[in-house]
Design a protein around this ligand. Structure first.
Ligand SMILES: C[S@@+](CC[C@H](N)C(=O)[O-])C[C@H]1O[C@@H](n2cnc3c(N)ncnc32)[C@H](O)[C@@H]1O
Length: 248
């Protein structure tokens, strides 16, 4: 049944599910280079991951395939149903659980997670709630944990602020759900605040064309891949610029 209260029901109900099935590139690179290597070294124990605002699960499925036990959280029941469908198709449904919940209410105990992902959800909640959730996520990392955050920025043509609001470029069909566009450097400042106890592996603010749902459109994004300060994985690059010849 169509859930009229869920603005993402129809995009997730499509045969070609919105946002596609390709995971966020920095996460894919991290899983291939860091987690893949640790599995090879047989150093990895069971690790918990959480995907907040998981949508239809392109990042959830990548994490599960890499061996994580993943909890996918979203307000959209339809999105979570598609995640379980994809997880069964990929043979990783034993490693995926779903929770219909507001990300602001989710329990993320300090030091509990090896991977925390929030791909475009901190921008779907009010600014003060986003900051509180951010601190919970930073605190939630294990000493060898990885945090990935992606947000829309004020460069996005859907933004109500400059420069995005002055743009004539096409706006995303789901732009109305974004209520908290991040300002230049804002996510970087959060990540470098000593209270976050993070070390940045990758930070970028960029414009990107999106062909994964609805009519093609432009996005302004900030992306962050960070680990707990003091964690030094053997190799990470995205793209992999100078990999060791024998690495996977
Ligand atoms: C732009 S989509 C991104 C989906 C997915 N992370 C991806 O990159 O494919 C944003 C998602 O955040 C979810 N969302 C928005 N506000 C939320 C909230 N307060 N709690 C939980 N999920 C929320 C929406 O239902 C939607 O699935």
């Amino acid at each position: 049944m169509h859930d009229t209260a869920d603005p993402f029901f129809e995009p997730y109900d499509r045969d070609e599910i919105a946002y596609g099935d390709v995971p966020s590139a920095p996460i894919a690179a991290y899983l291939r280079q860091v987690i893949g290597r640790r599995v090879l070294d047989q150093q990895q124990n069971i690790s918990h991951a959480i995907d907040l605002g998981a949508g239809a699960g392109r990042d959830t499925i990548a994490l599960a395939k890499a061996g994580f036990l993943v909890k996918a959280v979203d307000l959209s029941q339809r999105g979570l149903d598609r995640i379980m469908q994809r997880a069964r198709n990929a043979g990783v449904d034993q490693r995926v659980t779903t929770q219909v919940a507001d990300v602001r209410q989710v329990d993320v105990p300090p030091g509990s997670h090896a991977a925390i992902v929030a791909t475009t959800v901190l921008d779907h909640i009010p600014a003060e709630d986003a900051k509180a959730l951010w601190q919970k996520l930073a605190d939630g990392l294990r000493p060898d944990g990885m945090l990935y955050v992606e947000v829309h920025t004020t460069e996005d043509p859907g933004s109500d602020q400059e420069p995005g609001c002055d743009s004539n470029d096409p706006v995303s069909e789901t732009a109305d759900a974004v209520i908290n566009y991040f300002r230049p450097n804002q996510l970087a400042r959060w990540a470098t605040d000593p209270e976050a106890r993070l070390r940045i592996l990758k930070y970028e603010e960029r414009l990107e064309w999106d062909y994964t749902h609805g009519p093609e459109h432009l996005h302004g994004k900030a992306i962050l891949l960070a680990v707990r300060a003091g964690f030094h994985p053997p190799y990470y690059g995205q793209p992999a610029a100078f990999p060791q010849r024998t690495s996977q």
